[in-house]
Design a protein. Structure first.
Length: 435
């Protein structure tokens, strides 16, 4: 008699299947828990951002006149609020999927438990019928040959061991079932809390949309005056960009001349001077860099998406590139960087290690600072005061000045630009958590 033939109702194969379920299921559950935790972290992050926007908005509303700054801040808050609702929805969907899986697992565990108990009952009956030593000896010695007798002996031993394992498995399955039922109870409670939270956020969103419409209507009523102000701001912004470009071009030339002079001195020391044909200067966006500057460039580039915000607390209230004015249809605006709204007295800080290479008065008001990071440059404008000097080495997150408060718009904001040579880049792609 062969004891372990691969039959459908073989109890050992069934035990192996149960074992694999117990061992590998927690891996999948762990992945689901991680996904839910990530959504919870994202939800907390957005809530903090909304709190910061509310602080900015409170400051903006202190100005009696309805301003563009108020509208921009409300628009940002609406986007964040919708993002928060979407995140809560994703968390509810993830939780629903977990609940469905756990409910299926509860049903499977109940079925498994019932089956295990029935199989164990059959084993007990069989054991009671064949419990005396004489029956076992007769079963073994009635074998046709030695090999069959040995197989029967092993069967008797393994059957006894399996019966013990089956009893343990019943206890383990019962424990798992109780755990799953408790987990389901907790998940249903979490879902209730999330649904209440979602409903609350939807009410906030509705209220904020009404506020947005009121501000928008008020601004549109002053469209003529607003257009004049915007045209002026557009000219000022273009003038500022030209000033920044000149400063950067001068810095690139200075750096290129400096490296050329170093190379010239090094060539004189290492070799005799050789007559070389005169070459016309070639325009370049990026100067020749020494090893230290190349290393810094590589370091800066490797931190794309991980740079700190240029303020401790604040939100991006205007993005990079061309976009339509939020109040006047068809009126296009362009931003070479990102505008970051914050609160009065907030200090600006460097986004990375580098050297201050330029400080100037901004045509739009306030001051601007340029910091070189190898072939990359970061530009901070709309500062009321500057706390660094040209040529000074700065570290990441080091304070460089104070963000200026705009009396007309009743808001505190600064602009951050990222340049590579003489080309601008989208700063939101470089800042941690900006996207």
């Amino acid at each position: 008699m062969t004891p372990f033939r691969y039959r459908k109702n073989n109890p050992l194969i069934f035990f192996a299947l149960i074992f694999s379920f117990v061992v590998f299921s927690p891996l999948h559950i762990h992945a689901q828990k991680n996904s839910q935790k990530e959504l919870q972290k994202k939800q907390e992050k957005i809530k903090k951002e909304i709190d910061e926007i509310n602080k900015v908005l409170k400051e903006t509303k202190e100005n009696k006149d309805v301003s563009l700054g108020t509208l921009k801040t409300i628009n940002v808050k609406l986007k964040k609020r919708q993002s928060l609702i979407n995140t809560i929805n994703s968390e509810i969907n993830t939780l629903n999927a977990d609940i469905r899986k756990n409910e299926n697992q509860v049903q499977n565990l109940k079925s498994d438990l019932e089956r295990l108990k029935k199989e164990y009952a059959k084993m007990i009956v069989f054991a009671q019928r064949n419990q005396n030593a004489y029956s076992k000896l007769m079963f073994i010695f009635s074998a046709k040959d030695f090999n069959q007798a040995y197989s029967r002996l092993k069967y008797v031993q393994q059957y006894s061991e399996f019966r013990k394992k089956q009893a343990d498995e019943i206890i383990n399955t019962q424990t798992q079932l109780i755990g799953k039922l408790d987990e389901l109870k907790t998940q249903h409670q979490e879902k209730k809390v999330l649904l209440v939270s979602e409903e609350t956020e939807k009410k906030h969103l509705s209220k904020e949309k009404t506020e947005q419409e009121q501000v928008l209507t008020s601004l549109q009523q002053k469209e003529k005056d607003l257009k004049k102000q915007l045209e002026k701001k557009k000219r000022d912004a273009a003038e500022m960009q030209l000033a920044i470009k000149r400063l950067i071009a001068a810095e690139i030339k200075r750096k290129a001349d400096e490296e050329a002079e170093k190379k010239k001195i090094a060539d004189k020391i290492t070799s005799k001077p050789k007559p070389t044909p005169e070459k016309k200067p070639v325009k370049t966006d990026v100067p020749e860099l020494n090893d230290a500057a190349i290393a810094l460039s590589a370091d800066f580039a490797s931190n794309r998406g991980r740079l700190p915000f240029p303020v401790n607390k604040g939100v991006i209230c205007e993005g990079y590139g061309e976009h339509e004015h939020p109040a006047i249809k068809g009126f296009m605006m362009f931003n070479n960087g990102v505008d970051i709204c914050t609160t009065k007295g907030t200090q600006a800080r460097a986004v990375f290690d580098g050297e201050v290479t330029g400080i100037a008065a901004s045509p739009t008001g306030g001051k601007l600072v340029i910091i070189r990071h190898g072939e990359y440059l970061s530009v901070y404008s709309n500062l009321s005061d500057v706390l660094v000097k040209t040529g000074q080495k700065v570290n990441s997150k080091q304070t460089i000045g104070t963000v200026m408060y705009d009396e007309d718009e009743g808001k505190t904001s600064m602009s951050l630009q990222i340049w590579k040579g003489q080309k601008t880049m989208d700063p939101s792609a470089w800042l941690y958590g900006a996207r």
